[in-house]
Design a protein around this ligand. Structure first.
Ligand code: PML
Length: 246
């Protein structure tokens, strides 16, 4: 049987890191230790570890999205590149994509902070998340052999964050009616972001200015999507991915 291990760490009530693994029971002690070691060098005042038995068998996906990387002189060029792809490849207009993506750079929560999860926007530009402070969080996703995938990706010059974000975006785009995901980190030092669209995980470097602590995700979806089914899929259905594409 498989277990989900989730760690969330914060400082002064501000989220600073989070991680999730799906592992078999005998691996729990080793994986918890590794997750704790990861946060040792970080300053934090609260950390929560939750271990839960999966209530159902995971769906297995053979491959992740295909990774591509594009470099730009500045983040504005990267945003325009992403907007161009979204408006040409989908029914989301340039204006709708731009307006919602811009919110991430200012703090998309109604109080001007980062949302804790993602915003959901349909083709008509309507916001669908049930709570605009919280947004929706994609959880219960991992690679079957995370260590192997991490080694493979790091060798190619990607980062551990790529591993996490690639898994998350692969789960998202696997849902029928999920069109694209745009993401920038809320870590002020991490300027690489991505657009996941049409089977691809397109890394954009840089997608935000250095020093900006704003970030988050926009999920673009079809207008006829069933929002309860989408929430249920993202929050409750476990997914394991076998290998990376690219
Ligand atoms: C995050 O850490 O919240 C976002 C990670 C983006 C990863 C982009 C990449 O390097 O592939």
């Amino acid at each position: 049987m498989l277990y989900s291990i989730k760690v969330r760490t914060s400082l002064n009530e501000k989220h600073i890191s989070g991680a999730e693994r799906i592992v078999s029971k005998y691996k729990i002690p080793e994986v918890v230790r590794k997750l704790l070691e990861r946060q040792q060098h970080k300053e934090f005042d609260f950390s929560n570890i939750k271990i839960e038995k999966l209530s159902q068998k995971p769906i297995i996906l053979k491959k992740s999205l295909k990774i591509e990387t594009f470099e730009f002189k500045d983040f504005k060029g990267a945003i325009n590149f992403a907007l161009d792809l979204i408006s040409k490849q989908t029914n989301i207009s340039l204006e709708i994509a731009k307006n919602h993506i811009e919110l991430l750079y200012k703090g998309a929560s109604p109080d001007g902070n980062n949302m804790r999860g993602a915003m959901i926007v349909n083709e008509k530009g309507q916001r669908l998340e049930k709570d605009k402070f919280r947004g929706v969080r994609t959880v219960l996703v991992d690679f079957i052999d995370r260590d192997k995938i991490t080694e493979k990706l790091i060798k190619k010059g990607y980062t551990e964050r790529t591993v996490d974000a690639l898994a998350l975006a692969t789960k998202n785009l696997n849902f029928d009616g999920f069109i694209a995901e745009f993401c920038i980190s809320d870590d002020e030092d991490y300027t690489t972001g991505y657009l996941a669209i049409d089977g691809k995980y397109i890394r954009l470097k840089p997608l935000k200015p250095y020093g900006l602590d704003k970030g988050g995700r926009v999920y673009f979806v079809k207008s006829d999507i069933n929002i309860d089914e989408l929430y249920n899929y993202l929050e409750n259905i476990p997914i394991l991915i076998e290998d990376v594409d690219g």
